[in-house]
Design a binder for this molecule. Structure first.
Ligand code: KIV
Length: 275
């Protein structure tokens, strides 16, 4: 059965942890959906993992729509959340609603995600008023990399921790249906999780969030440009892929691939006539 924002709310109430992974294409979406992952997030992290940018800032609405639509086509049960890219909602409330609408209409997402706390509450309210569910994202928000001066853990001082608790309450009051907590101390994430009724999804925020998200290339050991402390590699798919690429290369060079079972047949009399 298709998961909805009501499913996730109920999971929080029942202390049933929510699983989320990033996803950017059709075939991976099919695998994750079949495995039972609750939420597929088309993160603007596709800027790093798929497009090879240093950060998420160059990612466009067209990039997000293209990948969201591919994931949506491969998904039957999981909830599909699409990131709003940098400058698609910061510029005005109007832009926020228009671009959120595009992710739903053209990308077929179920929910949109945007970064920021109190300062994006106007945008959250307006998007929710258009009947588009919003996932908020606070803490180490990658679109703020230049303002933060790098990818740094957030909420470590008393003032910063209090601000994050307030941000979580404000995005909930603005109508957000869930909130991603990224790169904050585990004990702070636990307090935030207890302080609000909407689900919290942690990444680098400890085990006491209502759910967890990871970038799938990180957890599969496919993306090793940098490996953050919070990543666990559940498999070394990168090594498996490199091994398969090498074997393919060897067999093509040796002429052992393709073998008879990989080739199409034609009647001998036709061959005799054409050569
Ligand atoms: O872009 C992304 O992948 C994200 C997750 C890391 C939460 O926002």
């Amino acid at each position: 059965m298709k998961k909805t924002i009501a499913t996730l709310k109920k999971m929080k109430e029942e202390h049933d942890r929510i699983t989320m992974l990033t996803c950017y294409d059709y075939s991976t979406a099919k695998l994750m959906d079949a495995a039972g992952i609750d939420v597929l997030l088309i993160g603007d992290s596709l800027g790093n993992t798929i497009l090879g940018y240093e950060d998420t800032l160059p990612v466009t609405m067209e990039d997000m729509i293209h990948h969201t639509a591919a994931v949506a086509r491969g998904t039957k049960e999981a909830l599909v959340i699409a990131d709003m890219p940098f400058m698609s909602y910061q510029t005005s409330v109007y832009d926020a609603v228009v671009n959120a609408g595009r992710l739903i209409k053209e990308g077929h997402a179920n929910v949109v995600k945007l970064e920021g706390g109190a300062r994006v509450c106007e945008q959250i309210e307006a998007i929710v008023s258009a009947d588009i569910p919003v996932c908020a994202h606070i803490g180490l928000t990658p679109q703020s990399v230049n303002a933060f001066g790098g990818f740094k853990v957030q909420g470590k001082s008393e003032e910063a921790a209090r601000t994050l608790i307030e941000d979580a309450k404000k995005v909930e009051a603005a109508g957000a249906c869930m909130v991603v907590l990224e790169g904050i101390p585990a004990k702070l994430a636990a307090i935030i999780t207890r302080s609000i009724d909407i689900p919290t999804i942690g990444i680098g925020a400890g085990a006491e969030c209502d759910g967890q998200v990871l970038v799938y290339q990180d957890m599969l050991g496919m993306f090793t440009d940098y490996v953050p402390k919070f990543v666990k590699q559940f498999a070394n798919v990168g090594e498996v892929m490199t091994g398969a690429f090498t074997d393919y290369m060897k067999e093509v060079k040796a002429g052992t691939f393709p073998a008879a079972e990989h080739t199409y047949k034609i009647a001998d009399e036709i061959i005799e006539k054409i050569q």
